[in-house]
Ligand binder design. Structure first.
Ligand code: ATP
Length: 218
């Protein structure tokens, strides 16, 4: 199993709420497959995604990625995992403003020691970014910025791509275009996709849908 979330619970210690944000959540994802996580605002979707990304710690249960448990993993090992096995795409594109499109695209692959210029060139072409490589993020549109963020994430050839509302900042047409490219490139790269979305239309494009309600999977 590529991703295994077993009976995970999480409560924010600084939260005024007494109940856990996530309660006994279990989900599995096989290599090369995709799942969409839906749920109302505040249901705990981003919390779950952040736990899988090893950006935060769970209180109980266990998460493992490709057989490696996140429990007890050092901070260094966690960040290395985010640079190699797991990649992230957020609603805010999070590009580095002082780097060009080309530099942004290769950044994580460089940091993770996985620079493959041929693969980056393929991604650049497939994402329609070839004419924009020398521009800076502020000089391209939101849809183009998200395409760079997707390219940057897939450039490391991750086993798992985690996407949190990746088209949430885009209009409907641009959102459809970006989703189409994302799904095509996920297929090409063989990565698994775990995608958080409010949109049932987007969720239906993935192989499986799961729904979070008040911290529990339905
Ligand atoms: N760092 C934090 N500290 C305290 N409480 C938090 C923190 N992050 C999230 N929460 C709370 O946890 C609950 C779940 O938040 P989360 O962001 O996971 O929901 P979500 O389903 O992703 O929501 P949305 O769809 O609006 O992004 C909310 O009640 C939120 O206020």
């Amino acid at each position: 199993m590529l991703l295994s979330v077993r009976s995970v619970s999480k409560r924010y210690s600084d939260s005024p709420e007494t109940r856990a944000v996530l309660c006994d959540v279990s989900v599995e994802l096989k290599a090369g497959t995709s799942v969409a996580l839906t749920g109302e605002s505040g249901s705990g979707k981003s919390t779950l995604l952040n736990l899988i990304a090893a950006l935060d710690h769970y209180d109980s249960g266990d998460i493992s990625i490709d057989g490696t448990s996140l429990t007890g993993l050092s901070d260094k090992a966690r960040s290395m995992m985010r640079r190699t096995e797991v990649a992230l795409v957020f609603q805010q594109f999070n590009l580095i403003p002082s780097l060009t499109v080309e530099q942004n695209l290769s950044l994580h692959a460089r940091l993770g020691g996985r620079l493959d210029l041929e693969w980056i060139s393929t991604l650049t072409q497939r994402l329609g970014l070839s004419d924009l490589v020398d521009r800076y993020p502020e000089q391209i549109s939101g849809g183009q910025q998200q395409r760079v963020a997707i390219g940057r994430a897939l450039a490391v050839r991750p086993k798992l791509l985690l996407a949190d509302e990746p088209t949430g900042n885009l209009d409907e047409t641009t959102s459809s275009e970006v989703m189409k490219l994302l799904m095509e490139l996920i297929q090409t790269s063989g990565a698994s996709l775990f995608l958080v979305t409010h949109s049932s239309r987007i969720a239906s494009q993935l192989e499986r849908q799961i729904h979070l309600s008040e911290g529990s999977l339905q």
